[in-house]
Design a protein around this ligand. Sequence first.
Ligand code: NAD
Ligand code: NA
Length: 397
Amino acid sequence: MIIQPRMRGFICLTAHPEGAEKNVKEQIEYVKSKGTVEGGPKKALIIGASTGFGLASRITAAYGSGASTIGVFFEKEPSEGKTASPGWYNSAAFEKFATADGLYAKSINGDAFSDEIKQQTIDLIKKDLGQVDVIIYSLASPVRTNPRTGVTHRSVLKPIGQTYTNKTVDFHTGNVSEVSIAPANEEDIANTIAVMGGEDWKWWIEDLKKAGVLADNVLTIAYSYIGPGLTEAVYRKGTIGRAKDDLEATAFQISDTLKDIGGKAYVSVNKALVTQASSAIPVIPLYISLLFKTMKDAGTHEGTIEQIDRLFRERLYTNGEVPTDEKGRIRIDDWEMDDKIQDKIEELWKSASTETLPELGDLKGYSHEFHKLFGFEMPGVNYDDDANEMVWVDSLK
Ligand code: NAD
Ligand code: NA
């Protein structure tokens, strides 16, 4: 099958297996080039392991310190005439490489919010690994069915209190326009917290602990975002920000739960990056295009793998205290939040328009990163050729 990108709004309906494989390979090579993560994880569970920060976490655990990894994700298998979702190809590629390199890697494809998938994961850990020493929680989802109530919650990306108006960009066309987003109501806020807050993370850790599959001194990390004043109405002070407040508060509750086995829960605040989730938030793509340009000019730009590699080497596994901010959060958004970077973006923001953005911002870089998420625009892949559909690793069937 010849596979080309087919865009619909903020999503791409197709994904390329060989491009995905190249993308995974690039990330593996990056981690290998940095050498061993001394004292790094040996048995890792990654929830949300197939794309974005979760995939980078899986790769860093495996190739930084030789960790056995179990990855949980929710991805679409390929079917007649239809490609798989990108995370499916990424995971197939990861398993292929890891297994060839003598690293244990198995995956569970299903709804991580459900009790069934938690139980399957526990059974697999018991059977193959005994215990895990790190759990990365990296889910990004618009919807969650709470298994204890049966209620399906849908998250929204809205400001709170008043309508918010600012510039945004359609990164496919480069068109800069003004967008107005009506404020959320209380139900929207509660639903967004139910989907992206900390409850499911806590339930995972409670279930894993009850099952006896957590090693002494276990670590668990979930990912958060803060961002600048420019985006705070729609991000940190909006509905998603309330969910992140909840996630961050949950870290302390989980740490209490883990005290008796010496375990600890952290939230790591990461940099804004092009992922499927962040592309759907109005205003953010314009911010990201200015951020990328400014950070590339300053020589401090990072992608997901550079971020997570730095998280492991310079924050989590240093043989010393884990450095945190005054709210107990790990900060690897430090280079993004640097005053010089943010002052520059604020200045550029004022003059950003359809005409000026190609010059002021990194629209090309944004679009390229977006295509890369789906395995497109990867060097060395001929997209006019038939794509070799990868054979899905048996264990994933
Ligand atoms: P992503 O969309 O790339 O990855 C989401 C992962 O969750 C995928 O592996 C997907 O399969 C999995 N998933 C979604 N629903 C699932 C379900 N029901 N069951 C099992 N798996 C499911 O997202 P990302 O951007 O890497 O985000 C991961 C975390 O990082 C989120 O908490 C996000 O808020 C945070 N974060 C993102 C950014 C950013 O700019 N993208 C910045 C800072 C923090
Ligand atoms: Na992820």
